[in-house]
Ligand binder design. Sequence first.
Ligand SMILES: Cc1cc2nc3c(=O)[nH]c(=O)nc-3n(C[C@H](O)[C@H](O)[C@H](O)COP(=O)(O)OP(=O)(O)OC[C@H]3O[C@@H](n4cnc5c(N)ncnc54)[C@H](O)[C@@H]3O)c2cc1C
Length: 369
Amino acid sequence: MGGGPAGCAMALRLMQNGCTPTILERSSFSTSRVGEALLPEAEGLLKTLDVWDQFKREDFEPTSGIVSAWGSDKTAVSSFLFQPFSQGWNLDRAHFDRMLLCECAGRGCHVDRPAGPMRVSKSGTVWNVQIGSKSYQADILVDATGRSASIATRLGATRVPGNRLMALVGYMRTSDLDDPRLLIESAPSGWWYSAGLPNDQLVVAYLTDADLIPRHVNERTDWWRHLVRRLPHTSQRIEATSLLEPLRLVNANTSWLDESSGEGWIAIGDAAISLDPLSGNGIIRALKTGIAAAESVVSERSDFATSRFFGDLIHSLARESTEQSRLTHQRETRWEDQVFWQRRTSVDSEPKNCRNLHSIKSSFENGIA
Ligand SMILES: Cc1cc2nc3c(=O)[nH]c(=O)nc-3n(C[C@H](O)[C@H](O)[C@H](O)COP(=O)(O)OP(=O)(O)OC[C@H]3O[C@@H](n4cnc5c(N)ncnc54)[C@H](O)[C@@H]3O)c2cc1C
């Protein structure tokens, strides 16, 4: 269920191994999607999934690194040059997701877009999913529905919130952006990212806590504009630009499932764990968990109820990324008296009930999963 990067990666990997999955996707990808920066590591994963040639044919914006003004007004550059794959991309995310789903359909995956209320039940070992007037049967049910984790939460899992981060995202038209690289800039009550996208577009997003955003929708645009104009670097990118559509408020919090698998079902990608976008690797994580889950099914390690592999992996990722996030936020010392920064630098920001299983995480990162 869900045809984003995680669901498509799992389906593509299953098909490479002779399986015939079905993807149920509710969207037609006709509106913009957030999550635009694709790290160089994606090249190896897209090659594994045999979609690299198609990806190269698309008009995504190549980038050579990330620029940041974090801890000071001065910018620093993290270059991709010395990484195994030396180029990243700024994506039109809806286009990227549609491309992956088309590749799935083109290789024989059954892709459907049912609409209506959903019911999930099980007879013996077979799942029955009823959506509107359509019904589907499956041996293994995969929750790849992103942060909503629609299947897992129906099956009794609980979403554990790590923070209250939200993003106010604007898309703009720009014809003369000298440098399309992702720019990250910290601010007194949050941080901003912006990046040049294909088709002369610019995405500008403000990340802050839900309770620090004006409650009334019609106050938000002026507030957002006022804040962005005060930024030394991002403000220069938005000169002479205007919003193409109203600002979008998007959940960007760190959260995960207390149980990410059970008998005959598994959650992958953001459905299992979604991290602060500052980590910058949500798409990579989605592709990796999709591939790992497919390999688990193919190698008949699909007894997800008894296998602790996925649950342990998710808890390990949650713990380590929260620690990484705290260290990154601690490097910004200009606004120690501001609640946004205090919430992220205190020891209480560590997630509870997470096991520290470095060996599992490193086997995942090395692709052994
Ligand atoms: C503000 C923000 C910025 C980000 N920036 C980046 C970035 O620069 N780089 C990066 O790598 N990551 C970024 N991320 C994270 C990244 O977008 C996610 O980690 C990634 O999209 C996860 O992929 P997924 O396939 O698990 O879930 P999703 O991409 O959310 O896909 C889920 C799919 O399931 C479908 N779906 C949902 N519910 C149902 C249902 N009930 N029935 C059928 N279909 C359903 C949806 O339509 C969607 O297609 C960002 C996230 C946020 C919030």
